[in-house]
Ligand binder design. Structure first.
Ligand SMILES: C[S@@+](CC[C@H](N)C(=O)[O-])C[C@H]1O[C@@H](n2cnc3c(N)ncnc32)[C@H](O)[C@@H]1O
Length: 616
């Protein structure tokens, strides 16, 4: 279904190419109620049009007075609600648009007219800016392509092929990893397959082998699949009850005890920014309103791996249709509104840092009061969800608040949180003074730990171990906690593949010299530097074959002591991946990596020479 107000010459080409060879009646003005089959309709001005599941209906406009009438957004939303994945939204030239996201979210196909071919390009431009358009085509191409999409089979046989031959989806995930450095292998398989299939339908391809071949040669298609996998759909005050509950909670908390430090909020998977701005508004309101707070009273770290979504977020300008999600008083206080767009006020913008960050690959933000991770975990498999939630646990202060989306749970990390209310997905982090029984929850059964500190199953666990456990769970799957003198204090996960037995005797497992020869010296250098500078240091990727991986990277995370009676420790993490090793074409990456390695070696040497407490 396309949206247009009048039949402009620029759109005639689209209709000609689409209608060629089909039985379509001449273009008519839409009557009050009208069926669909074989008709082209124009919408009369001043009224909205919605699809009610059986017919198109003309309705009184219900949006903001300055919203366009008829509203393409309302039409698209009604189509997404009733037709889901079978809806197709085409945005030709005109003004304003938001509802294209609704179609995309419902797994329908979205197409925007190539802006250069438009007389008025603001509507396709704003549709493209949402990052939710599958295809950007000229009017002639749209017509031809629609024919292809409509005739592409949707019997899910291509999806079945992906299940029968997992190497095809594995190939695609490896192509994606090489191109984007994002590893989708721990995302839910069904979601991945659905997204691949959507792209195949959008491209009119019904054989998964052909699609894999297309991705091998087309960077644009890999980019499109990447964006599709990220599903960067969001809105202001999504699940409003949760935000109202949070607003009350913060107001009560801060009226009793105004915060002495900035309120720190982390929003992983912030997409185009609406959720981050919503949280900043809620925090400002709880602190007495925008006029009362200083810009640094509220600090929001809004992160995502989708650079295009982040660019939209930083721009802070949204289509006028977004106003239907925002309370009128908030709209007046926090936004500038004009005919076509709304823009977040500068002061609110200055409280938010939008930055690229992978929630399971990059280090978590520390000492946060609120983490809002909504509609992100649903895309991860249960193991990855658990790992990310452990990062959230680590990130939050001891009474910090966690916000989830509907249908998201705290899973196996559940006992780290208390749900504050049965109706909302809002949790508080449990107090840190916990018993050993609680700590078991931070570990999965396959994690061996405490190798040299005894079993903690029934005794109270010192804070220091807890801190390590949380950090270790948050950042590594397999690792070692190392004290000064390279003594191993604790083992986490399975480190057996990285060790070799060089001698026998009681000290066999007590020292990092148990690591395999090819990385033992690098591990020692990383440890030296991490102890000295108290900074995280990553080693190089080693070619190293194991079950399900061919590369290994060692990273040292310093854990400085918090008191005189504690010693500094460093967590050595072993990350493994199946990845393509640099070839001649990736020379510049390779040079960067050699330079990094040189500088690491120099650092290590300097520290070794100046400060080493150990014999060289
Ligand atoms: C459906 S949107 C959720 C938007 C927002 N949190 C909300 O509740 O409306 C999911 C977002 O998660 C992001 N995402 C997916 N994997 C991620 C990862 N590994 N690290 C950070 N962000 C990720 C996607 O790019 C996308 O913007």
């Amino acid at each position: 279904m396309s949206s247009r107000s009048t039949c402009r010459p620029t759109t005639r080409a689209f209709w000609c190419s689409f209608c060629r060879g089909r039985r379509v009646s001449p273009c008519k003005n839409l009557r009050r109620r009208q069926g669909l089959s074989g008709t082209r309709s124009t919408f009369p001005p001043g009224r909205d049009v919605v699809w009610d599941g059986e017919v198109f209906r003309l309705e009184q406009p219900s949006g903001h007075p300055s919203a366009p009438k008829p509203s393409a957004d309302r039409l698209f939303k009604s189509l997404a609600d009733h037709r889901g994945q079978f809806a197709i939204g085409v945005v030709l030239s005109g003004t304003g648009s938001y509802g294209i996201r609704e179609i995309r979210e419902a797994d329908g196909i979205t197409i925007a007219e190539e802006p250069e071919s438009c007389k008025y390009d603001s509507m396709p431009v704003s549709a493209i800016r949402t990052g939710c358009t599958d295809l950007i085509l000229t009017p002639q191409q749209i017509g031809q392509h629609l024919q292809k999409i409509i005739s592409t089979s949707r019997d899910l046989s291509s999806l079945k092929e992906l299940n029968v031959d997992p190497s095809r989806s594995k190939d695609l995930l490896e192509i994606l990893l090489a191109h984007t450095q994002v590893d989708f292998r721990q995302y839910k398989e069904n979601t991945i397959h659905r997204r691949i299939e959507r792209r195949m339908i959008a491209k009119g391809i019904d054989d998964s082998e052909h699609y894999v071949a297309l991705c091998r040669k087309s960077v644009d298609e890999v980019e499109a699949l990447y964006r599709d996998l990220l599903i960067s759909v969001t809105r202001f005050f999504r699940d409003i009850e949760d935000f109202l509950f949070l607003a009350d909670l913060l107001r009560e908390t801060y009226s009793d005890k105004p915060p002495k430090e900035p309120v720190r909020i982390w929003v992983p998977g912030c997409a185009t920014g609406e959720e981050a701005y919503t949280l900043a508004i809620i925090a400002c309101e709880a602190l007495g309103g925008l006029d009362k707070v200083a810009s640094d009273d509220v600090q929001v770290f809004a992160t995502d791996i989708d650079e295009r979504a982040l660019a939209v977020a930083r721009k802070a300008t949204y289509p006028i249709a977004a106003i239907s999600d925002i309370r009128r008083d908030y709209l007046e206080k926090y936004f500038d509104v004009n005919q076509e767009v709304i823009t977040v006020k500068q002061k609110l913008r200055s409280m938010i840092l939008f930055t690229r960050h992978n929630v399971f690959q990059d280090a978590p933000f520390a000492s946060t009061d609120i983490v809002s991770i909504r509609y992100v975990l649903i895309y991860f498999n249960s193991r990855l969800q658990e790992r990310v939630l452990n990062r959230v646990l680590y990130s939050l202060k001891s009474d910090g608040i966690l916000l989830h989306g509907t249908s998201e749970t705290t899973g196996r990390t559940g006992s780290g949180f208390i749900q504050l209310n049965n109706h909302n997905r809002i949790y508080k982090k449990r107090d840190r003074k916990r018993t050993g029984r609680d700590t078991e929850l931070a570990f999965t059964p396959e994690h061996r730990h405490g190798a040299h500190s005894g079993s903690h199953a029934s005794t109270a666990v010192p804070d220091r171990w807890e801190k390590f456990d949380q950090l270790a769970n948050a950042v590594v799957t397999n690792g070692l906690l190392v004290g000064r003198g390279q003594s191993i204090l604790r083992i986490f996960g399975d480190i057996a593949p990285f060790c070799e037995i060089k001698s026998s005797g009681p000290d066999l497992l007590k020292n990092v010299s148990l690591l395999k020869k090819q990385f033992a010296s690098e591990a020692a250098s990383l440890l030296l530097v991490a102890f000295k500078y108290k900074e995280k240091r990553a080693g190089r990727w080693h070619a190293f074959e194991g079950v399900g991986f061919n590369t290994l990277q060692i990273t040292a995370y310093p854990l400085p002591s918090e008191g005189d009676d504690e010693e500094d420790t460093v967590l050595l993490g072993f990350a493994t991946e199946q990845r393509e090793l640099p070839d001649a074409e990736e020379k510049s990456d390779y040079i960067n990596y050699i330079e990094d390695e040189l500088s690491r070696t120099r650092d290590a040497l300097r520290v070794t020479v100046e400060h080493s407490p150990w014999p060289l």
